[in-house]
Ligand binder design. Structure first.
Ligand code: PGA
Length: 254
């Protein structure tokens, strides 16, 4: 099964509009024609999205995602952004259930499931994040945790809907720490995730779902990680704040 790799830059709470303009100018000079074989996405803070759209000026060479979305339609929900708004501005992706949202905002898989369904109903591709803490891994709960996050977070989806979702496996202990999972450990977690997806949605859908690895991905470790059979791209934080290193990770996935 050939899946188009997807490399996404999760800028988190970095990159205001001015910095984003500079980043995109450098990225343009770094990227080449052969990068077409990879889906490339930037995920800026909400306030930066209009600037990114303006710079891209309709070019579909780079997809744009949001870092979160509301599970509600509209109305009195201070601070929230709706799927309608993301559609209006042209966001094709939304990162959901990132471990930082789970940790600092108390988001559970069941709650994130509402957002996943909202995004899909609006035609926006969810990048659904899962991953275990070090304590959970060391106490032998890796598979239980990943399975629960998949079953709860992707509940009620049809196989056709599930096939469009991107799953990001991000071990919490690897995020922003400089410690990456070994390529063998990452591959075995990805293979397990795909088997759980197959149980829930059938083999065909599971084979179509792209599973990104995330957690301290950098130009130095990307080639080996991306070479694994079940790793279909990366969700990149720190190393995606510099255009040259984001471009190098994209090239590593070809
Ligand atoms: P990192 O972040 O690449 O800085 O570890 C990844 C993420 O949180 O998506």
């Amino acid at each position: 099964m050939s899946r188009t790799p997807i490399i996404a830059a999760n800028w988190k709470m970095n990159m205001g509009p001015k910095e984003a303009r500079e980043f995109l100018a450098s990225l343009k000079s770094e990227l080449c024609g052969d990068c077409k074989a990879v889906d490339k996405v930037v995920v800026p803070p909400f306030i930066t999205i209009p600037t990114v759209m303006e710079v891209l000026d309709g070019c579909d060479c780079l997809g744009v995602g949001a870092q979160d979305v509301s599970d509600r339609d509209s109305g009195a929900f201070t601070g929230e952004i709706s799927t309608t708004m993301l559609n209006e501005i042209g966001c094709k992706y939304v990162v959901l259930g990132h471990s930082e949202r789970r940790q600092y905002h108390g988001e559970t898989s069941a709650y994130v499931n509402k957002k996943v369904k909202k995004a899909l109903a609006a035609g926006i591709i969810p990048i659904y994040c899962i991953g275990e803490t070090l304590e959970q891994r060391e106490s032998g709960q890796l598979e239980t945790i990943l399975k629960a996050q998949i079953v709860e977070g992707l509940a009620d989806l049809t196989p056709a809907q599930a096939a469009t979702v991107v799953v990001a496996y991000e071990p919490v202990w690897a995020i922003g720490t400089g410690v990456t999972a070994s390529s063998a450990d990452a591959q075995s977690a990805h293979a397990f995730i795909r088997s759980v997806l197959a149980e829930g949605f059938g083999q065909e859908a599971a084979d179509a779902i792209r599973i990104q690895y995330g957690g301290s991905v950098n130009p130095g470790n990307a080639v080996e990680l991306m070479g694994q059979a079940d790793i279909d791209g990366a969700l990149v934080g720190g190393a995606a704040l510099v255009a040259a290193s984001f471009a190098a990770i994209i090239k590593a996935s070809i």
